[in-house]
Design a protein around this ligand. Structure first.
Ligand SMILES: [Zn+2]
Length: 368
């Protein structure tokens, strides 16, 4: 028998156990608890020490498998979109998603699926993951084209829902971001998700350019819209991205908000009031020169946090433990970071969490 232990352990929804441990025969978990108590009851067990963590696996609450693998881009957000994402859009789809899936170590993901319905079919019918596959919707379209997009999306949802497996991943909807949908398309997408009972993810308050666009129509997103000949009054001016979503009624649907970097205390309060959780992707934010979310502010207002890698193109890897190591390296408190990665992620995707119990296979346990 072996006694595995680590400075921090998470075995279930109660959160971090300091100096947690488990007893194992090499195949199954036999007992769980605090190291000292287990050691006293089983003095003959061979010790195995993990330097940081032991327990439930983390959840990668936000990624884009269909963008494939890295290397990670480094540079401002719009340069990333124009130089890394747009060139890959042509091949974006099932083949890239399958390749990325082999490099995604966590068994539960919140994945954004764009453009190719075959990727969604694969996700729901056979992908080896739990979690949510969110179909991406975006467009700054004239009313007629917008109506057809909504109807096509509704038809796709109805067709795809039939592929959901019992206990398998669920279908979700991802209106891409406040600046990439008209207010009416954003409202219709959220309404559609409500009617169909689908979970939502929205990228918001990510880059300084997004904030500048909503505040006063400056920055690279505003410049891009101008180059495209889009009208200046597509969106209201003078609000933060979070305030805009609140005013539109989107936060009532409690979407998962991805990034949440460009927020002030008023924004954080609004998110807390609506019970909205934030998925943070810190390595992606750093690579795209967005800064990092104000974690202490989120903790103070009790906004639930989860972690995601974002795409490998911006995050670098599809292993969410790399996000944890990144944050620990920056001095963020280990118990809170680990809880976000494990419990926050599971709650964000509606996965429980299901605690580790005596008798469970050792494959349910990770240690590092
Ligand atoms: Zn993303």
């Amino acid at each position: 028998m072996e006694l595995w232990s680590a400075p921090h352990a998470i075995f279930g929804p109660e959160g971090v156990v300091q100096e947690g441990a488990l007893l194992t025969d090499g195949k199954r978990v036999l007992a769980l608890g605090e190291r000292r108590a287990l050691r006293a009851r089983h003095p003959g067990a061979r010790p195995r020490r993990f330097p940081t963590y032991l327990g439930l696996d983390a959840v990668n609450a936000h990624t884009h498998l269909d963008l494939g693998l890295g290397p990670a881009f480094r540079g401002p957000f719009m340069a990333f979109v124009l130089e890394a994402v747009f060139p890959r859009n042509a091949e974006r789809g099932l083949d890239l998603a399958r390749r990325a899936a082999r490099a995604a170590p966590q068994p539960a993901l919140g994945d954004i699926v764009a453009r190719d319905p075959r990727t969604l079919e694969w996700w729901l019918a056979e992908a080896p993951f739990q979690g949510v596959a969110y179909w991406e919707v975006l467009g700054l379209l004239p009313p007629e084209e917008e109506r057809s997009l909504v109807e096509a999306t509704r038809a796709l949802i109805r067709r795809m829902r039939r592929l959901e497996r019992p206990g398998g991943p669920r279908l979700g909807l991802a209106p891409h971001a406040p600046y990439s949908l008209t207010p009416s398309l954003m409202r219709k997408a959220v309404e559609l998700a409500r009617e169909e009972g689908l979970p939502l993810q929205i990228h918001a308050a990510e880059s300084p350019d997004e904030l500048a666009y909503f505040r006063n129509r400056t920055g690279e997103i505003a410049a891009f819209h101008r180059r495209k000949g889009l009208p200046e009054d597509l969106h209201p001016v003078g609000l933060s991205p979070v305030a805009y979503l609140a005013e539109l009624g989107v936060l009532e649907a409690r979407p998962l908000l991805v990034h949440g970097v460009q927020v002030d205390e008023a924004d954080v309060r609004v998110l807390a009031e609506h019970g909205v959780a934030v998925v943070s992707c810190p390595r992606s934010n750093q690579n795209l020169q967005a800064g990092l979310p104000p974690y202490p502010l989120y903790r103070r207002h009790r906004v639930p946090l989860a972690l995601g890698t974002d795409s490998a193109l911006s995050g670098g890897s599809l292993d969410v433990w790399d996000e944890v190591r990144f944050l620990l390296g920056r001095g963020e408190p280990a118990p809170r970071v680990l809880e976000a990665a494990v419990l926050g992620g599971a709650r964000a995707l509606g996965l429980g969490p299901r605690p580790i119990s005596p008798g469970d296979p050792l494959s349910r346990v990770v240690g590092w």
